[in-house]
Design a protein around this ligand. Structure first.
Ligand code: COI
Length: 347
């Protein structure tokens, strides 16, 4: 079976004591706040349940929505630590600005996250699990004519989900289709973490899965390597890391940034620049390829498929550099290695 993201179905955490599919189980409570009349309301923690929304809500017609995804980790001593929440909140504020949605107040949003963790502390799994935090922001103004007008009102919610591996099969090497015909998103929207970008990748990913039994599509518009539907893309070989330089066309991953920082700490020459499919295929004759993201962590690629030809990535297994870098990141997240960059907040 392929290592594919598993289907999600929200239900109370208590209903499934086994490891559930990524994101399929929510904690019992969420935090909510609303924006009306030019200001944010006080936030409250309440049971997860259906929400009231006008069928004319801006988000339902004009997709005014963005989200974030980051994790909190439980240590052996029972303490809980959030990984790089500040960076995720800043990215959400950037997404909100680019979608002309009200920006969440960073202190309020951080407090909402802490409040959900405090209320659902028992649902933070032990390693190798984590609590996945999912803030969402969406436009609620009821006006189906507002195609060219931002939503004046909005809702902000923080959901949480106990998670383990995103790709079924754990460290199984991934099969990736290299698509140099389609784009994942409009060029100026790739850096916005908005549902529309993910929705746009579902069709090509399903088609590629049916035709080539792949896990993900690597979008390479115009032949330039960009990112997959759900994660950033990195190339590794002894002492070297190559990934696309930041621009508006793809998501600026916090996990990508963390891995690049660790690679630099390790003495790697880290190159952030535009590179093409030809260079990538040449690299993977001996070098490694991997997907990075909060959900994916660092997932090794075993096979690339380009225009009907299969290219084995080095030995076809998850490579040693990928394994080592993933282990190094996870050790910091789980408190088994020092947090030299101040990435963790104890809650
Ligand atoms: C994440 O890695 O947090 C994401 O948002 C990816 C999503 C497809 C689960």
């Amino acid at each position: 079976m392929n290592a594919q993201p598993q289907a999600a179905k929200a239900q109370p955490a208590t209903a499934q004591p086994q490891r559930p599919a990524f994101g399929s189980v929510l904690t019992s409570h969420m935090a909510v706040a609303s924006y009306q009349g030019g200001r944010w309301s006080a936030s409250e923690v309440k049971p997860v349940g259906p929400i009231e929304l006008s069928p004319a809500a801006h988000v339902l017609h004009y997709a005014s929505t963005c989200f974030e995804g980051f994790k909190a980790f439980r240590r052996a001593d029972g303490s809980v630590h959030i990984f790089r929440m500040d960076r995720h909140i800043e990215r959400m504020r950037q997404s909100a600005r680019l979608l002309v949605l009200p920006e969440p107040d960073p202190l309020q949003l951080a407090d909402m996250v802490r409040a959900v963790i405090a209320r659902c502390r028992d649902d933070v799994p032990e390693a190798p699990g984590a609590l996945y935090l999912r803030p969402i922001l969406f436009g609620t103004t009821a006006n189906i004519g507002a195609a060219a007008t931002p939503s004046a009102d909005a809702s902000l919610m923080v959901l949480a989900s106990p998670v383990w591996d995103y790709f079924a099969g754990g460290m199984k090497p991934l099969r990736i289709l290299v698509d140099d015909e389609h784009t994942r998103s409009a060029a100026q929207m790739g850096m916005v973490k908005t549902g529309g970008n993910y929705a746009a990748a579902i069709g090509p990913t399903l088609a590629a899965r049916a035709k080539h039994q792949v896990d993900q599509v690597l979008f390479c518009p115009g032949g330039e390597v960009q990112e997959t539907g759900a994660a950033n893309f990195l190339l590794l070989r002894q002492g070297e890391l190559l990934t696309r330089s930041l621009d508006s066309t793809f998501l600026h991953g916090v996990t990508r940034d963390s891995l690049l920082t660790l690679a630099r700490d390790n003495g790697y020459a880290v190159s952030e620049r535009v590179f093409d499919v030809e260079e990538m295929l040449d690299w993977v004759r001996t070098g490694e390829a991997a997907l990075s993201g909060t959900a994916a962590v660092l997932a090794g690629v075993g096979t690339l498929i380009h225009r009907g030809t299969e290219y084995r990535v080095a030995t076809g297994d998850v490579g040693p550099l990928t394994r080592a870098l993933r282990t190094q990141l996870v050790a910091i997240q789980q408190g088994e290695a020092p947090d030299r960059h101040g990435w963790l907040e104890r809650v």
